[in-house]
Design a protein around this ligand. Structure first.
Ligand code: NAD
Length: 260
C-alpha cells in the first residue's frame, strides 16, 4: 500500500496516465492529475477517484510544454497535498511523418512534451524527495525508447532521450532513497494509438479493424494490446519495497516487440 504518499501523474486525463492515477489512488496515494480535456469531464473523474478510494485528488491544467507551468504543477502539489513522493512522467504526443516532411513546430512540440517536460518535472520534484529521503520517478518511455520505426523521428528521439535521462537521475539519486526507472510499453489501445490506426486505415483505404490488426502484426509477436491497467501494475511494483534496489532500468512491457 502507498497510504500517505503523494503522486503526480502527468497526462492523466486519458489513456495510460488515467490508468496509473486510478491504481495509485486505489493503493491509498493522494494524486495530482494533469492533462487536457473537457473541464467538467476532468472534474467528475477527479471527484469519483477521490470518493471511490477515500484519497485526496487534485487537478492541474499545467501545459507540459511550458517549464513555468511545470514548476507551478510541482508547487501546487506540494502546497495542496503536502509533498511529492512519486512522479510519473507520462504526458506524451505523437507525430508521424518522414524527416524530410517533418514540421519543425511538431518536432519542437513532441520533444517538449515527451522529453523536456520530464527533465523540468524531475528538477522540480527531486528537492521534495531528497528532503524526505524517499522518492520514485517513473518515466513512461516506449518500445520506441529502445528501437526505432520510420516516420517517428521526434517521438523515437524523445523516448531514447527519456531512457537516457532515467539513467542519469538513477545514478545521481542512488543513495538518497530514490529510484528512477523507465517503462517501455508496446502498443496500448489509447487515443494516441487509435488516431494512428484511423490515419493508417484512411491512407491505405482499409477498414479500421484491418489497420488495428496490421499494427500489431507489424511489430508485436504477441498479437494483443497491452492495457493501461497492466502498465499501472508495473508502476505500482516500482513504487514498492521489492523494487527499492531497482533503478536506472528500462522495463519492456511490449508483447515481445523488442525481443526480436
Ligand atoms: P493519450 O493520448 O491517451 O494520453 C496522453 C495524455 O497526455 C492526455 O491526458 C493528454 O491530455 C496529455 N497531454 C498531451 N499533451 C499535453 C501537454 N502539453 N500538457 C499536459 N498534458 C498533455 O496517450 P497514451 O497512449 O495514454 O500515452 C501516454 C504515454 O504513454 C505517452 O508518453 C506515450 O508516448 C506513452 N506510450 C503509449 C503507447 C501506446 O501504445 N499508447 C506505447 C508506448 C508509450
Amino acid at each position: 500500500m502507498l497510504q500517505g504518499k503523494v503522486a503526480i501523474v502527468t497526462g492523466s486525463t486519458s489513456g495510460i496516465g488515467h490508468g496509473i492515477a486510478a491504481v495509485l489512488a486505489a493503493q491509498g496515494c493522494d494524486v495530482m492529475l494533469n492533462g487536457f480535456g473537457d473541464p467538467s469531464a476532468i472534474e467528475s473523474q477527479r471527484a469519483s477517484l477521490a470518493r471511490q478510494h477515500s484519497v485526496r485528488v487534485a487537478y492541474s491544467a499545467a501545459d507540459m510544454t511550458k517549464p513555468g507551468d511545470i514548476r507551478q504543477l510541482a508547487a501546487a502539489t506540494a502546497a495542496q497535498l503536502g509533498g511529492i513522493d512519486i512522479l510519473v512522467n507520462n504526458a506524451g504526443i505523437q507525430h508521424v511523418a518522414k524527416v524530410a516532411d517533418f514540421s519543425e513546430e511538431r518536432w519542437d512540440a513532441v520533444i517538449a512534451v515527451n522529453l523536456s517536460a520530464a527533465f523540468h518535472a524531475a528538477k522540480a520534484a527531486l528537492p521534495h524527495m531528497i528532503a524526505k529521503g524517499w522518492g520514485r520517478i517513473i518515466n513512461i518511455a516506449s518500445a520506441h525508447g529502445l528501437v526505432a520505426s520510420g516516420e517517428k523521428a521526434a517521438y523515437v528521439t524523445a523516448k531514447h532521450g527519456l531512457v537516457g535521462l532515467t539513467k542519469v537521475i538513477a545514478i545521481e539519486t542512488a543513495n538518497q532513497g530514490i529510484t528512477c526507472n523507465a517503462i517501455c510499453p508496446g502498443w496500448v489501445l489509447t487515443d494516441l494509438v487509435k488516431r494512428q490506426i484511423e490515419a493508417r486505415a484512411a491512407a491505405q483505404g482499409i477498414p479500421y479493424e484491418q489497420a488495428h490488426d496490421d499494427l500489431l502484426r507489424e511489430k508485436q509477436p504477441m498479437l494483443q494490446y497491452t492495457t493501461p491497467e497492466k502498465i499501472a501494475g508495473l508502476a505500482i511494483f516500482l513504487c514498492g519495497e521489492a523494487a527499492s534496489t531497482m533503478t536506472g532500468a528500462a522495463l519492456s512491457i511490449d508483447g515481445g516487440w523488442t525481443a526480436q
